[in-house]
Design a protein around this ligand. Sequence first.
Ligand code: 5AD
Ligand code: SF4
Length: 449
Amino acid sequence: MDDASPPSRRLYIKTYGCQMNVYDSERMADVLRPLGYGLTDRPEGADLVVLNTCHIRERATEKVFSELGKLKAMKAETGGRMKIAVAGCVAQAEGAEIMRRQPAVDLVVGPQAYHQLPELIARAHRSDGEVLSADFAPEAKFDSLGAGGAERQANGVTAFLTVQEGCDKFCSFCVVPYTRGPEFSRPAAAILAEARALAEQGVREVTLLGQNVNAYASEIGGLADLCRALAAIPGLDRLRYTTSHPRDMDDALIAAHADLEALMPYLHLPVQAGSDRILRAMNRGHDAKTYLALVDRIRNARPDLALSGDFIVGFPGETEADFQATLDLVEAVNYASAFTFKYSRRPGTPAASLPGQVDEAVKAERLERLNTLIERQRQAFNAVQVGKTLQVLIDRKGRHKGQIGGRSPYLQAVHLDGPERLIGQIVPVKIAALGPNALSGNLDILEPA
Ligand code: 5AD
Ligand code: SF4
């Protein structure tokens, strides 16, 4: 093979869904680079198109099939030269169905099989047939995706780093335990090597990813131990982790929030609903009171910590009173931000066959009410920052000349006037105003040397 050639083939990757898919897409690009594939930002003219798909809600799946329809026409124009790969959770769950529904697809590769991509692509070229790989073997995946981290290419001053995959919780609405398989934690040694490689390339902030990231357990201990080891890496000044399950929020992790400066005071801690009856039907393994008590404990450890969450409205059997309990919980917690979803019936999950499926119009109406409340909380949270000085990690040029942009500890976008050489630095910014999607402010120092 022409492994050593400069980028001679064009690779287009479209990423759907969660941050783990963003991470996986970057790693797919890393695996394919030695084969001569360079990234392009349009599918037209690409030699290989990869759709990294999401299966979490029905609409996410449908988007993939509609995109494949468009790609089919594009592929025909290239006389079949363009290869189309479907990766991610739809690939895992519906590989055979994709092949049947869309013959233009050359290969289907599940989330645990990306390291096999070079081989799968070669096979697709040889056979002109269809190739499918959907094994569950995260260990093999991470082993061959450069466990030493040496091949990991950073792309800016912030990076995602997958430390855990899969889920054993089996919430009754969710496909993840089926698409991503059982909980698996990467060895700390491999994670630390990857993090060091990132830091050496100028990364200052790492977001640790896992479907149940706080269930992390390895030779080093739990997530708190991993965070402490990562915080010791020179240059890695900011750590975040997502997504956490309330049941796995242990004392050690809460303590880390109290005394680990690198751990940012912003936590995504989904609760999904506020009614105990619904939480039980969702198989969440905790009630509303336990969640609220947990939030109190975390806030006692780190008083300036802000929270975000995920919510599902219209779960089967949800009454107006159940929904009101969700609104009450949101009022009690006071979120800085949240993601809200209408319940989507996913075939194969226990909730799909529950009685009392809620009318779409009712779901839409509840979603709107919940969104109004959360938007009010988000605006209020942003408004209290005005006049304060926040530490901002500058990560990009601004839209206008002389402007730069970055993120606050709470992941808020912040714009300010300043020189581009500040990219990669954490600087104090006095917040002056609140825009619809970002804060704006001024450097709160004369000029760093
Ligand atoms: N319907 C609606 N939302 C869902 N989520 C997961 N499964 C479903 C579903 N079937 C939401 C949950 C989860 C987030 C990633 O997606 O809120 O936390
Ligand atoms: Fe899905 Fe629940 Fe697992 Fe989260 S914890 S991935 S919602 S089953």
